[in-house]
Design a protein around this ligand. Sequence first.
Ligand SMILES: [Zn+2]
Length: 378
Amino acid sequence: MKNLYNTKKAKDLDDLELRVYTSRLLGANSDLVLHGGGNTSVKIGATLYVKGSGWDLATIEKEGFSPVKTIELIKLLDYERLSDSDMVKYQREALVEKDAPNPSIEAILHALIPYKFVDHTHADAIVTISNSNRGEELIKELYSDYLIVPYVMPGFLLSKMVYNMTELIDWDSIKGIILHNHGIFTFSNSAKESYDNMIDAVNVANKFIRESKKKKEHDLSKIKELISKAKGYDVVMRVNQSATAKRFATKEDMALTQKGVLTPEHIIRTKRVPIVFEEDYEKELERYIQDYTEYFERHTTGEEIMLNPAPNWAVLKDFGTVSFGKDEKEAKVIEDINNHTMKAMIDAKRFGGYKSISEQDSFYMEYWELEQMKLKNR
Ligand SMILES: [Zn+2]
């Protein structure tokens, strides 16, 4: 989101004119406010000029700001509760000009914030993150220098909650307020800084969303080369980007891939677990081979000879899966097994999660003579 503040244009403006100027900048951007949403204010002397009901930030004029006595609004915070009609009535009584429009329903909150300029928007990017299942965790991570307020009904209840939460804080230690499921407040004694902080804060969320969309690229020829080398022959690869394979390759479901086979006889085709390729394929393959070797050593009676430790299939993070075979037929068998296994693993979540046979039992099966013969006679 572009910062549209033009220092030249703002140069000779007085406080109320500046308030009109940056309010319009905010209002012009539908990713910040829509159709009359959001509100702004400026404190001049003992008077708070706060957006009047019915005005739109995009087109607001000086007359669109209702002048109220700041102190009278702050006094309302002494009430434990205040009905909407009483709040509107008291806010009107605090007006300096009696024919001004009704002050915004957030006027008390504007009065409470101890800075000259206060900006409030419903920035899409911020509420997008907040309105997600990981919203609480992500907002906390992204806005560590903001006061974060849980959702509460706008109006008196919100003002009262912020009042209680800020009683003991040093306002200079926060850059603004994030209202969960609602929007954001920024503030400063400078109109420009309050506007700048708004744009910067929204861009933090924009950047986070943009980066989460970046599709993961994988170098399939590099993977083919590495696996072929480890296997000792040129593998045929089958790439699977079905919805299930893609889901399996997400951060949330990737751990499932390491939970073992669906039925014992699959193990000679797929091995117990696939490799996960994320970033450094060489290191990841090295690690897989080492883990496989340790698995063999943990369970061998000394009679068995270790099979080739390279994986038979791979999960490519944020991409899908790939099966490796000596030929197309073998790769297809592995892919078919994987498709059924992945579906089972995901469905089993509803029954407390997927659980396969033990590692020991897997080993017996993988190195069972009768099973090994099947492969040879194929
Ligand atoms: Zn709002």
